[in-house]
Ligand binder design. Sequence first.
Ligand SMILES: [Zn+2]
Length: 297
Amino acid sequence: MKPIIITVDLEDWFQVENLRPCFPLTSWESCESRIEMNTYRLLELFDRYNVCATFFVLGWVAKRFRGLIREIVELGHEIASHGYSHCLCCEMQGPALRRDIHTSKALLEDITGQAVLGYRAPNFSITKELAEVLGDLNFAYDSSYNSFRLNRRHGKGEDLRQTPEGYLVMGNGIMELPVSNLRFAGRTIPWAGGGYFRFWPTTLFESGVARILRSEGRYVFYCHPWEVDPEQPRQTHGIGSVSRFRHYLNLDKTLERLRHFFVRFQDSGFVSCGTYLPITQPCKPCEGDIAQGLARV
Ligand SMILES: [Zn+2]
């Protein structure tokens, strides 16, 4: 069986990089949160189509919606870390990067009572420094690499290498599960989800997924709760037209497209990263004082 790995970056509509010029971290507390309603929309859909997913949770969200995180676990999904404040890895110096990731991991472990094994960088902003931080904090895998190079926020993944078994690992051996893109005529076409899932026509997108499954034996997909919310507040000024297009495109069609996608590929099976990856290293909760970390982010 060629599995489809489903991932959700759990963040609210105002925490997205495209809207950052209008909604800096200091403004988040005053924004209308819609994350519970939108996450339940996804959870209901996942339940109906037997989808087991990995939720890469933003620490800021976890701190305010502890019950939601527990409910996701009770429904059988995996909880992983998306950092705390949605700063790009390349924008944080060593200690700040470490603090951001550590705080989110410790918080999620406190809420779920389980070791958090995986991390995804905001906007796939993987850096060389990231491997060392993830190693020190007892992560088992990373899913921050996106091979589409034309998005300048994406990291380059220079120190990734292939194992003889065909898996990708970071410089220090931490497993890397990249999101999937399509190779066509010598080019890499973004095909992993997010805005691209909303951009391509459904049948074309699904044909691309089938092609990736045939050539790579797996497909790694990502989406966000705010992508199933056409009624979210609209930001009409302060962001560029490209960012606006990326964020608001076809939001009213996402749920139906997801339904279609799950029906089309139901024979593949939809699994979480932790279920798919052959994780053998012992996974321990990270150490340190959560309260101290939270006070500093
Ligand atoms: Zn994100």
